[in-house]
Structures are given as C-alpha cells and as structure tokens.
Design a protein around this ligand. Structure first.
Ligand SMILES: NC(=O)C1=CN([C@@H]2O[C@H](COP(=O)(O)OP(=O)(O)OC[C@H]3O[C@@H](n4cnc5c(N)ncnc54)[C@H](OP(=O)(O)O)[C@@H]3O)[C@@H](O)[C@H]2O)C=CC1
Ligand SMILES: O=C(O)C1=N[C@H](C(=O)O)C[C@H](O)C1
Length: 256
C-alpha cells in the first residue's frame, strides 16, 4: 500500500490502452502524482483480469471504440470504477452502461469525449452562443491516425448546439446548396454540419464557427500535446469513487 508524504493512502489506478498515444501520457501523469499508484497497465493482448488481481480501484480507458464496451462491462461487473476517454458513445451505448451499473450501484463510470479543459469550455461556450446566430458549422482537425470521424468532441458539440437552438426556437442554418459533390458539405450531426480534417502534424483541434448579420464568431481550441488530457483524467480518477452511476462529460466535476 502506497502512502504519500501526508500519510494519505494512494488511489490504486489501472490504465487500459497503456501503450497508446494517450495511454502513455496518462501513465506518466499517474506516476507523477503522489496520491495515485499505477498498479496495472493493459494493452492489446494482455488479460484484463490483471485489474482484479492488482486490486485496482479505478481504471482509465483510452483504447478503441470497438473494444471499449467489453472493457467497461468487465470493469463494472467487478465493481471497478472507470474513467473513459475512448470515443464512440451514442445514446444506446450510454443506456447499456446505465443498465450494467444498475446491478453494481456503488460503481462509478465517467465518460467524457474530451478531458482537456479548453475543449470542455469550447463546448460550453458554443452551447451558450448557439441561439444568437443564424449559422453554425463545426470543423474538427486531428492527426491522421485517428480511427473515427467526426471526433467524439465534435459529435457532442453539435448535439449541445442543436439542443440549445431547439430550446430557443432557432431553425437550421441557412444553406442554399442544391448541387454538391458528396461529402463537400460535411456530415449532418443533429442538423449541424461537421467537417473533419486529418493532417500530419496535428494533435486535436476544433473550431466552432457562428455567423449572423454582419458578424462572425469563431471559438477555437487546440490540444498541442496529449498531456492536455491528463489533468482532467486525474480529476476524474480522484472523484469517481464518490460519484456512483454514470457521469457524462467533465462539466459536473468542474462545477460548470
Ligand atoms: N476523451 C478524450 O479526452 C480523448 C479521447 N481520445 C480517444 O481515445 C481513444 C484512444 O486514442 P489514442 O490513444 O490516440 O489511440 P491509440 O491507437 O494510440 O491507442 C489505443 C491503444 O489501445 C490499445 N488497444 C486496442 N484494443 C485494446 C484492448 N482490447 N485492450 C487493451 N488495449 C487495447 C491499442 O493497441 P493496438 O495499437 O495494438 O491496437 C493502442 O495501444 C480514441 O477513441 C480517441 O478518440 C483521445 C484523446 C483524448
Ligand atoms: O483521437 C483523438 O486524438 C482525440 N479524440 C477525442 C475525440 O474524438 O473527440 C478527443 C480529442 O479530440 C482527441
């Protein structure tokens, strides 16, 4: 059992996807925190049972949308709290996680499409701005090794904007396009156009563009290093045991 200089018992943390781009940054951050102990790391091909054997209290998942549900089902069934950054969660998946948690009521799961504070604020600011502008489009820009498009953050941003506009009675963005090459106007996410750029040299970036008579507003966020995700993940690791059930997004942990 690890204790820090104040005699506090460290939280026992496991990482899934530990050899991945974000997983490595999270392992470094856990190792650098004196109130956390990295007790197990699991990547492709390793047995997930390591988390039970090592008595992990919280497991962080940055793997792949195709495998994250199986991982989560195992963690919840074993009463291990989870902090999940992996993308691919639609309403059906969230409902499935809730149904597992109903059988494990003390377990907490946090699923957040983006753990970077600037990205969380971008979503919040976009939601606030949404009702004041006629037009809105989202551009997300990522490294070319990203598996999913649009990004989980862009999905969530578009959904928040759409909900805010619907609540305020604002209609769809004006668009007179009648002739188009397929894909040229981006994907339609809840009625909001989302454009995905994949470019060598990028990490994770998003612009939300608003327009109305005589003015535009652009909200832009840039993760220029994957360490940007670590503070939000560690906040989740520290809080999740006191938040049983499903929490979606980092906002409640930041009192937003
Ligand atoms: N919420 C957030 O703030 C953020 C979310 N993400 C999301 O996190 C996920 C991972 O991103 P990233 O780190 O860039 O991806 P990587 O591909 O770099 O890392 C994923 C790692 O998970 C491993 N893996 C795959 N399947 C399993 C499995 N069944 N069990 C254990 N490990 C497995 C992969 O191994 P192998 O390569 O051999 O398949 C790889 O090492 C993506 O969904 C991404 O969108 C990313 C950044 C921030
Ligand atoms: O794959 C990534 O890199 C990222 N994925 C998340 C997403 O899809 O929104 C978060 C961030 O954009 C980085």
């Amino acid at each position: 059992m690890l204790t820090n200089s104040g005699g506090q018992v460290a939280i026992r943390v496991g990482v899934l996807g530990a050899n991945g781009k974000v997983g490595k940054a999270i392992c470094d951050a856990v190792n650098a925190a004196d109130d956390l102990e990295l007790v197990a790391t699991v990547d492709q091909g390793d047995p997930i049972e390591q988390f039970v054997e090592s008595d992990a209290e919280v497991v962080v998942d940055f793997t792949h949308p195709d495998v994250v549900m199986d991982n989560l089902k195992f963690l919840v069934a074993n009463g291990i709290h989870a902090v999940v950054g992996t993308t691919g969660f639609d309403d059906d998946r969230l409902d499935e996680v809730r149904s597992w948690l109903a059988d494990s009521p003390k377990t907490g799961v946090l699923i957040a499409p983006n753990f970077a504070i600037g990205a969380v604020l971008t979503m919040r600011f976009a939601e606030q701005a949404a009702r004041f502008f006629d037009s809105v489009e989202v551009i997300e820009l990522h490294h070319p090794n990203k598996a999913d498009a649009p990004s989980g953050t862009a999905y969530r941003t578009a959904a928040l904007i759409a909900d805010a506009r619907a609540a305020a009675g604002v209609g769809k963005s004006p668009d007179a396009t009648t002739t188009e090459l397929e894909g040229s106007r981006g994907a339609d996410v809840a009625g909001v156009r989302v454009h995905s750029i994949r470019l060598a040299g990028l990490v994770a970036h998003q612009e939300v563009l608003f327009g109305t008579q005589g003015e535009t507003l652009t909200i832009r966020h840039d993760s220029i290093d994957r360490s940007s995700f670590a503070p939000g993940v560690l906040l989740g690791v520290r809080q999740i045991a006191s938040r049983p059930g499903l929490t979606v997004g980092l906002d409640p942990l930041l009192d937003l």
